[in-house]
Design a protein around this ligand. Structure first.
Ligand code: FAD
Length: 382
């Protein structure tokens, strides 16, 4: 009888957990190692496009997602509240076979975490490197312990230790803008929208339980600190005078819960797999969040790599096939996300007027046609 394939996943974020679930369901012998002492996510919302929702449905999460995620119409508005473009959830769902949903990150992670056999999760286990031979891989951890597996998957995020050993240090590229995120205990009338200003954007999305996720961006030098007035006062000052509910949402969010990140991505790699070791999620293809596709692509990776390992008995060939299936798609999305961010962040008044005009005259059908290659996805089957 052939031996069950053993797979060691490094990192317990959305990508690592999704992969553990898909691989458990495929009957592989999975172990997951997470650097920190608890599997957790930041206090913010996350949008999942139909391409990822279809994968999560296939993994058995439809009922849970229906309970914890929100769906609704959205679009783009100017900072004074005028609508520039609409998007209808029913149209997206009809086109893609699943809805675009928004949910709290902690609830998404909790859903994934609960679906992984607790015995295979090892916390406080920071991977520091690996050695591979033709027969297997030995992973090393900070505390001096090791683990053996047939295949190792680096799901360890944008500063991946696994990737660094494979391809050297890749420095994240700063996009030129910073972002704040928060969740306010406020219910708003719309499902969600993004507002475009000059070098600034503000986005909102309704979450379950009467909460609203918001994010704000502005062009800024890399590593800029909060002013002495504090983070909340800074965001309020920046978005003063924007149409409701912008100031209301910032006001209602507790200052310590407001997150701030400079927006970065990684220059796309041309190779992810080396022998029995490969990468998924941000470790492989960290992107700016302008298309809301970073986690979605990690979720796609999870099922893709699992089906490749199911279909091919030689793990080295399977990891090459996985790379070939995924790399062009994710590279295109990394590049497109960057471009969309540049358009969203324009600050020249003439370019702002032109952009907003273009948004107003572009029909929803044309926008969806452009998005179709990203958000429609044929879920792989064995
Ligand atoms: C502002 C912002 C908004 C976003 N919005 C969206 C959105 O709406 N939709 C969307 O799809 N995506 C969005 N994204 C992108 C999304 O958050 C990421 O793409 C996604 O979380 C990546 O998941 P991951 O599992 O690959 O990596 P991570 O979430 O980074 O997880 C990596 C895990 O590995 C662990 N780890 C790291 N190093 C080691 C090690 N050496 N050993 C063991 N464990 C290790 C870490 O502790 C962590 O738990 C957004 C990103 C940002 C910054």
């Amino acid at each position: 009888m052939p031996q069950t394939l053993s797979v060691c996943i490094i990192g317990g974020g959305i990508g690592g957990l999704s992969t553990a679930i898909a691989m458990q369901q495929a009957g592989f012998n999975v172990s997951l190692y997470e650097r920190v002492g608890a599997i957790k996510e930041v206090g913010a919302g996350i949008s999942l496009w139909p391409n990822a929702v279809k994968v999560l449905y296939k993994l058995g999460f439809k009922t849970t997602l229906d309970a914890i995620a929100s769906i609704g119409d959205g679009g783009i508005r100017a900072s004074d509240g005028r609508w520039l473009a609409h998007s209808h959830s029913a149209t997206i769902e009809k086109m893609c076979g699943a809805p675009l949903v928004v949910l709290h990150r902690a609830e998404l992670l909790d859903m994934l975490y609960k679906a992984v056999d607790p015995q295979v999760i090892h916390l406080n286990a920071e991977c520091t490197g690996f050695e591979q031979t033709a027969d297997g891989v030995t992973v090393r951890f900070r505390d001096g312990s090791t683990a053996q597996a047939d295949v190792v998957i680096g799901a360890d995020g944008i500063r991946s230790a696994v990737r660094t050993q494979m391809f050297g240090t890749q420095t994240p590229c700063y996009s030129g803008y910073t972002a704040w995120r928060g969740v306010a205990p406020v219910k708003i009338d719309a499902a969600g929208f993004e507002m475009f200003g000059r070098g600034q954007r503000f986005g909102v999305a309704s979450l379950s339980q009467g909460r609203t996720y918001w994010f704000a961006t502005k062009n800024a030098p890399a590593g800029e600190s909060d002013s002495s007035a504090g983070r909340k006062a800074d965001v309020l000052a920046l978005f003063k005078g924007w149409a409701d509910p912008v100031e209301r949402l910032i006001q209602a969010t507790e200052e310590p819960a407001i997150l701030r990140n400079d927006i970065v991505d990684l220059p796309p790699l041309t190779q992810w797999s080396m022998g029995r070791v490969t990468l998924i999620g941000d470790a492989a293809h960290a992107m700016t969040p302008n298309m809301g596709q970073g986690a979605c692509q990690a979720i796609e990776d999870a099922l893709s790599i699992t089906t490749c390992l199911q279909q091919q008995s030689d793990p080295v060939t399977a990891l090459q096939t996985y790379q070939a299936q995924r790399i062009a798609r994710t590279t295109a999305i990394v590049n497109r996300s960057l471009l969309i961010g540049q358009i969203g962040q324009v600050s020249n008044p003439i370019l702002v007027t032109l952009r907003n005009l273009l948004l107003r005259i572009t029909p929803e059908s044309a926008t969806l046609r452009q998005l179709a290659p990203v958000i429609t996805y044929e879920v792989p089957t064995v």
